[in-house]
Structures are given as structure tokens and as C-alpha cells.
Write a protein that binds this ligand. Structure first.
Ligand code: URP
Ligand code: ZN
Ligand code: ZN
Length: 486
């Protein structure tokens, strides 16, 4: 029998369902065996006292992307995916972001070029549709989805990106026809605009007013509206970055009614509050993201929604902007909250933050940590069983965690090009000390060993998550709609 290329020996292996003491063997790029006392490999890693987990799947990251206000975010594919790798994430789904007037095919082609040049972990793209014309939906979209871009993102807010309900329905219908999932940034645009004007008219310009300008009720309202639109045509959706208890309750109700609604939250909504925005001068800009940080009571509600399965994944929503004139301060040295780019860097910190809270502090258990950060996103976005788990035949994307290692985040310790971390000063326990991508050790001894461009594109079919429920709404049900074909 040919020796395995690599054996990770004596660790505690965990998946979304099981935890076991086992050796793990890799041949080529895939997992070849899991067992006790496996034969020697050509290379061996001693994992005694360590945890052997699937590499993370971060399904929501903005990389080398033009923001809603036309600003380029701070990371390149190289810097963003290197940060991901250092934090134990081996698959990143970022965006191919269309803006008004752009050809979607060209947009996707451009992002492929950028990622091919820089990515060090494997990647896929969600396509952002800001201008869903008939040409885009009927001619450009179908072949792009067939090529493996099986998820579309839409915005219900931001002046340059938002779709009204009619356009939203156009996109949902096109997704249904072509078997793709639709992700939504759902907030009530009118409420945001109205509140922003009211605050600014009173001279209230500081970053902390960003929190008041996105009313919490605007989240629940937009969730309710997009769920109703999706239900009309029986199209599955994923609601992004749930931030409020009321929003989580809307999702719970919809799922209870049999709607195919998935949802995620992010570490910033689980660990931070709007008090983080309230800092001297413009400092709070570093904590400005949309939706904004909320209350401690929302954190509890979001953890509960995760535990109940109403939310299935925790992504980073990595959207880095430097705290200087290239990013957060692009509108000058005295911007109002309305003129500051929204977004936080988070690809590196996501897994250690969650590991520390869920596993080290005992909030949850290893299988749920793996499920929410790797297996569930892989399943929902059509990457499973190749990614997101430890199984024979799966890609050997592995993070070996030292559960005792303590790390304090600091602006000078984090990777990525934002130049700061909103987690500065926070100490976590548990860190991914070695990271493998398709069998190759890409992080070891705090050094990156992967060449830019060595990450691979992952073509994804629209999986089970994108399948309609088969239960037509009354308007589309020919048994009760006067036999009307719609
Ligand atoms: O503030 C954020 N999250 N910026 C990135 C764009 C988005 O809304 O997802
Ligand atoms: Zn968003
Ligand atoms: Zn986002």
C-alpha cells in the first residue's frame, strides 16, 4: 500500500456532528482516511492536544470591491485571503458586484481576473445585481449561473444599489427560473433616509448617530417584505447580517410557516453594541457597518436564534476601509456619519472570536462551531461535500487549533490592509496554528506558505437550498387561480 502523503496524528477531530480521537490521512488534495493508528505518512503532523477541524467557509466577504459610495475597499484578493487563512478560513465567497450600467458578464470576468492573480484560498462569487435589466436577467444571468455562480445578492437600501419591490421580484423570478439562491441586504431605505436627514438637520453628525439612522424596525419591516415577495413565487432566500431581536423573530415566524428562508449573522452583532460607535471624535467610524451595531439584548436573541436553527451561519461581512483618506475619511477630515464608508474588516477574526466564545468559554460545543462556520455555509451555497467538513474524499482543507493559545487582537497584529481591527484589545483563547488547503500546509508558525493565485475558483451548482418548496402561493396555484398560467 502506498504511504499517505500526510498524516495528522493523534488529534481530536470534529465535524458538525461528531468529535473523535483519530488520525487523519491525506493523499494528494483530499482526505483519504480517518482512523486509529493509521500507517505512517510521508509527512506527519503531531496533533496531540490539538483540535483538527474543517477549514472555515466564510460566505460573505467584500474583497477588492467598489462600495455603494464608489470607494474601493482596502483589501486585495491576496491580502484578504491571506488574512482568512491566518484565521483558519480556507474558502471565501466574495462578490462580483455590478453597479448601474455595467454588464454582469464583464463584472464577473473582472473579478475572476483579480482573484486568479491574488487568492491564496479557494473562492467563489455571489453576483450582486444593482441593475437587473431584461438583458442582464434573460441573457447574461443564465450562462453565469450554469458556470457555477449560483447565488445572487440584492440590496433594499443604499442609493446606488437598492432595488424597489418590482425589481426585487424580477430578480427572485429569474433566480427561480435558473435555480439560484438570492441573498438580501434587507433594511427599509425610506426610514434610513428620513432619519438621516432628521439627524443631520439637527447638526448630529458623529459616527454614533449612524446607529439611530438605521431604525431597528426598518430591519424587521424589510425582512417581512422580502419574505412576502419570495413567498409569492416560492423562491428560497438568505437574509444577510441579521442584527436585531425583531428581525430574528420575523425569520422564526416565516420558517415556522414553512417559508424557505435562511439567515446569517456576524460576530460584530454577537459581540459588539452601539456603544462601540460612541468614541471621541471620528474614532467611532472604525465601528461603522450596516446594519449598525445594536444592543446587548439583541446579542442574546441572535445566539438563541442560532441555537434554534433560525439562523444557520455566521459570516464575517468583511468590508475593510482604512481609517484615512483612502477609506473611512475619504470625504475629508470632518465627515458626517452619512459620508463614512460602511464596513469592518473581519475575515481573520471571525473564527477565533467564535471559537473562544463557543468552545473555550463553553457557550456551545465544537460541532456547532463547525456547523455554523463551515458545514452549513458549504451546504447552503452548494460547496458541500467538497468543502466544509472532514470526510473521506473531501478536499483536505483543515485547520489545526491549539485550544489553549491566547491571542490579543491589536491594530499591529492583524493581517489585511485596513490598518486597524475593531477587535483591538480583545483576547481570545484558541487559535488555528496550522492551516491546510487541499492537503498543502499554507499556514505554519505564523507564516504563510501559499503563492498568490494558488487559490482555486469553485464552481457551485444551485444546491438543495435553492430548490423551491413546491408549495405555490394562491396567486400562482392553478387549482385556485382560475387556472391562470403565470
Ligand atoms: O457595512 C457593511 N456591511 N458594508 C458592506 C456592504 C454590506 O452592506 O454588506
Ligand atoms: Zn449588506
Ligand atoms: Zn456585506
Amino acid at each position: 500500500m502506498q504511504a499517505f502523503d500526510l498524516v495528522i496524528r493523534g488529534g481530536t477531530v470534529a465535524t458538525a456532528t461528531d468529535v473523535m480521537q483519530a488520525d487523519l490521512a491525506i493523499s494528494g488534495e483530499t482526505i483519504a482516511a480517518i482512523g486509529c493508528d493509521l500507517p505512517a505518512g510521508q509527512r506527519e503532523i503531531d496533533a496531540r492536544g490539538k483540535l483538527v477541524l474543517p477549514g472555515g467557509v466564510d460566505s460573505h466577504a467584500h474583497v477588492e470591491q467598489l462600495s455603494a459610495s464608489g470607494l474601493m475597499n482596502a483589501d486585495t484578493f491576496e491580502s484578504a485571503t491571506a488574512a482568512a487563512a491566518f484565521g483558519g478560513t480556507t474558502t471565501v465567497i466574495s462578490f462580483a458586484a455590478q453597479h448601474v450600467g455595467m454588464s454582469l458578464s464583464k463584472v464577473v470576468e473582472n473579478y475572476h481576473r483579480l482573484a486568479e492573480r491574488g487568492a491564496v484560498v479557494d473562492y467563489a462569487f455571489h453576483m450582486i445585481l444593482a441593475d437587473p435589466t431584461e438583458t442582464v436577467l434573460k441573457q447574461e444571468l443564465p450562462p453565469l449561473i450554469k458556470d457555477g455562480h449560483s447565488s445572487l445578492k440584492v440590496f433594499m437600501t443604499y442609493d446606488r444599489l437598492k432595488l424597489d419591490d418590482e425589481r426585487l421580484l424580477d430578480v427572485l423570478a429569474a433566480a427561480r427560473e435558473n435555480h439560484a439562491l438570492v441573498m438580501v441586504h434587507a433594511e427599509n431605505h425610506g426610514m434610513i433616509t428620513w432619519m438621516s436627514k432628521r439627524l443631520l438637520a439637527r447638526g448630529l453628525r458623529a459616527p454614533k448617530y449612524h446607529a439611530l439612522s438605521h431604525p431597528r424596525g426598518g430591519e424587521a419591516e424589510a425582512f417581512t417584505r422580502v419574505i412576502a415577495c419570495a413567498a409569492l413565487i416560492d423562491q428560497p432566500i438568505m437574509i444577510y447580517h441579521v442584527s436585531t431581536a425583531e428581525g430574528a423573530a420575523v425569520i422564526r415566524r416565516a420558517r415556522g410557516e414553512g417559508r424557505k428562508v435562511f439567515a446569517e449573522t456576524c460576530p460584530q452583532y454577537l459581540f459588539m453594541t452601539k456603544a462601540d460607535l460612541d468614541r471621541p471624535g471620528l474614532e467611532g467610524a472604525k465601528w461603522m457597518c450596516s446594519p449598525p451595531l445594536r444592543e446587548a439584548s439583541d446579542q442574546a436573541a441572535l445566539w438563541q436564534a442560532l441555537a434554534l436553527g433560525d439562523l444557520q451561519t455566521v459570516s464575517s461581512d468583511h468590508a475593510p476601509y482604512a481609517f484615512d483618506e483612502t477609506g473611512k475619511l475619504a470625504a475629508g477630515s470632518d465627515p458626517s456619519f452619512k459620508q463614512i464608508a460602511n464596513g469592518l474588516p473581519g475575515l481573520e477574526a471571525r473564527l477565533p472570536l467564535l471559537f473562544s466564545a463557543m468552545v473555550s468559554e463553553g457557550g456551545f460545543d465544537l460541532p456547532r462551531f463547525v456547523a455554523w462556520t463551515a458545514t452549513q455555509p458549504a451546504k447552503i451555497y452548494g460547496l458541500h461535500p467538497r468543502k466544509g467538513s472532514i470526510a473521506i474524499g473531501a478536499d483536505a482543507d483543515i485547520a489545526i487549533w491549539d485550544p489553549r493559545k491566547r491571542v490579543t487582537f491589536g491594530d499591529d497584529t492583524v493581517r489585511g490592509r485596513a490598518g486597524y481591527t475593531p477587535w483591538t484589545g480583545r483576547t481570545v483563547q484558541g487559535w488555528p496554528v496550522s492551516v491546510l488547503r487541499r492537503g498543502e500546509v499554507i499556514v505554519e508558525d505564523s507564516r504563510l506558505g501559499a503563492a498568490p493565485g494558488s487559490g482555486r475558483f469553485l464552481a457551485r451548482p444551485g444546491g438543495v437550498a435553492a430548490e423551491p418548496t413546491g408549495r405555490a402561493s394562491p396567486e400562482f396555484d392553478q387549482r385556485i387561480n382560475f387556472q391562470t398560467r403565470l
